[in-house]
Design a protein around this ligand. Structure first.
Ligand SMILES: [Zn+2]
Length: 113
């Protein structure tokens, strides 16, 4: 399950921040998931408490937000919304739209103690 390795990365980032910014506990984590990132919100929620156990984010509240997919059409050069990877341009139907947002997961906000 790749959600677990994503969360292990998040945990390492939190630990690095804790050292550089001098906090010891995280009470709330907001993760932004790109709609095109293939990350399952349910799987992420399920894995979160297990991965964060015995870390500074143990028992932290997890908030998930979804970032819409966005791309730049190679034909009409418009920025368009993409619902699924490899969707054609919604404006002109051109099949090649380069993804510009919504294909990753990132830490959006943290509440620390
Ligand atoms: Zn287009």
């Amino acid at each position: 399950m790749h959600e677990v390795s994503l969360l292990e990365n998040v945990r390492e980032i939190l630990q690095a921040h804790a050292i550089s910014q001098n906090f010891t506990k995280v009470s709330k984590v907001t993760l932004e998931i790109g709609a095109l990132s293939c990350v399952e919100p349910d799987a992420l929620r399920f894995a979160f408490s297990a991965v964060m156990k015995d870390s500074l984010a143990e028992n932290a509240e997890l908030i998930l937000t979804i970032q819409q997919g966005q791309g730049l059409c190679e034909q009409c050069k418009q920025s368009v919304l993409i619902e699924h990877l490899y969707d054609p341009c919604i404006l002109c139907g051109h099949p090649f739209v380069s993804v510009t947002a919504g294909n990753s997961m990132q830490i959006k906000d943290l509440v620390v103690i």
